[in-house]
Design a protein around this ligand. Structure first.
Ligand code: ZN
Ligand code: ZN
Length: 310
């Protein structure tokens, strides 16, 4: 009998918790033994979903939707079918199903840890804290990415995720760390947007999304203000580390290719929402407004991926 996965718990965290806390109960062998290494295939995830009694295709999608960061950059891009087609023949596909890879620090919010312990008696690693996110969207504090006592980064090769439960190699525990308040509104906005996108369970129509970007870009003074704020504080590289050259230029270029191109450049979509709208909800309102003007239904121009009901 496996442990119960928690809301927003990263799949990697769940597997590590099971391995650590049930190791004496795994009498025959580790049920997750196929999940070694940095990349997981669809086959691996279907197996995990099955072990969790989330059967069939719907169970697999629920696992991807609720416990990985896969869809965070695929708001427009991917429906389930195209994802499967793309990865169908890959044994180990590099498609962001996990978040822990070599060379990537994992992050945690000290206040979330305290809340979780009070609420359920233990804590876990959240998917909404990973993926270059620096601030907790709930507590607006800086995420911890290394041990405050010995400076060892929270990485697979240093601690594994067990540092949260078993302590650091230096003998200290995450709970002994000091919380640092975040002062940067841009980081906080980015974290909240990331969390909202992760919790959104529909795929958006690219033409309508494109139209809402263009309208906001053409008549929205906020873009200029925010743009200046981002560049003045040299924040474009920090907020959008994937940019190759000049972000402003890249955005204009991508948009000039038309709506279909939004499917190809996943990162631009979240960036545009960040720069053009106050928050994710405002973007969705604008999306719905355009649909209303065209007498189109929200349900027919978006696609639900999986039920979010646990
Ligand atoms: Zn938090
Ligand atoms: Zn340490």
């Amino acid at each position: 009998m496996l442990l119960k996965i928690q809301t927003d718990e990263a799949l990697d965290s769940y597997i590590s918790r099971n391995r650590l806390f049930l190791k004496d109960k795994f009498e025959v062998e580790d049920p997750f033994k196929s999940l070694q290494g940095d990349e997981w295939s669809i086959k691996d995830l279907i197996l995990v979903a099955d072990l969790m009694s989330w059967h069939h295709f719907a169970g697999f999608i629920k696992l991807v939707q609720q416990h990985t960061v896969y869809f965070s950059y695929r708001l427009i891009v991917d429906d389930v079918e195209s994802m499967l087609l793309r990865h169908r023949f890959l044994e180990k596909s590099n498609c962001d199903f996990g978040y822990v890879t070599k060379g990537k620090n994992v992050a945690i919010c000290l206040e979330c840890v305290k809340d979780d312990i009070e609420r359920v008696g233990f804590s876990f690693w959240r998917r909404s804290h990973q993926n270059e996110i620096n601030v907790c969207a709930t507590h607006n504090v800086k995420l911890l990415k290394k041990c405050q006592f010995c400076d060892r980064a929270f990485r697979v090769e240093n601690h594994c995720l067990n540092v949260l439960w078993s302590g650091c190699k230096c003998g200290r525990y995450i709970l002994e760390s000091e919380t640092e308040i975040n002062e940067c509104s841009l980081e906080f906005k980015r974290s909240k947007l990331n969390a909202a996108i992760l919790n959104f369970d529909r795929k958006l129509d690219c033409v309508i999304a494109y139209e809402s970007f263009l309208i906001a870009l053409n008549c929205n003074e906020r873009y200029k203000e925010l743009w200046n704020e981002v560049t003045d504080s040299r924040f474009d590289r920090v907020l959008f580390p994937w940019t190759k050259s000049d972000l402003h230029y890249e955005i204009k270029t991508y948009l000039s290719f038309g709506p279909e191109h939004l499917r190809v450049c996943c990162y631009i979509v979240a960036t545009l929402i960040f720069l053009l709208f106050a928050d994710f909800e405002e973007f969705i309102r604008s999306f719905k407004y355009i649909l209303e003007k065209k007498s189109l239904q929200f349900e027919s121009m978006t696609e639900k991926r999986a039920s979010l009901v646990s």
